[in-house]
Write a protein of this length. Sequence first.
Length: 250
Amino acid sequence: MGRKVLRIGGADRVHFLQGLVTNDLSRLKDGLVWAAILTPQGKYLADFFLKDEGAAILLDADAGQAPGLAQRLGLYRLRADVTIGESGLELRRGTGPAPAGALPDPRHPAMGWRLYGSEGGTDGTDFDAIRVAHCIPEAGIELIPNETFILEAGFERLHGVDFRKGCYVGQEVTARMKHKTELRKGLATVEVEGAAPVGTPLLTDEGKEAGVLYTQAGGRGIAHLRFDRADGPLVAGGATVRLAAEDAAS
């Protein structure tokens, strides 16, 4: 699905968002900030990019998530001096030479640039292939509302969470997971022989559940795995899946 760019205005906009999202809005001075909003139980609801426009903050979200996100922000607003509305802007993305006004995608240099203006679209880049190569999750695919935990989805590696900013909704659960010795489940890059629909369960040779296969490109894919069951070949429908060498060694 496409993207929707909202505009968050009002004198309290920075303080308001700072108390809700996973990242530190002081980073806006350096460019785009990628963040998420969580349930009080620490589960993912939506992710988005934030951009400082001076008198307002642009919020670039998945178009399918944007209406619910705007409604949720409205519920949290209470008496704060905050406005939430559509910006009328479109998103352009690419990995070639960046046009004037474009900003780097903060998740990974390979994801190129993002530009907000009157025209949308991409420069033809296969962003799914880049996401698979660098294990970068996408809203509504690997990032599942009311189910995903952001640390299992790589938000720390991809600069989407700050552990020094103070409280936000879901912060306590996220901090507890951070201080565990090791995550037992999470997203990883896998090698795929064959193909399977997004969301196909992964099973061990013994038929035990080991995870779910998601986006695939060029013989590789992104999977959510139980790491204790991922040390051998797995089956996803008619495909055979193995943990990629770089993830198996980590």
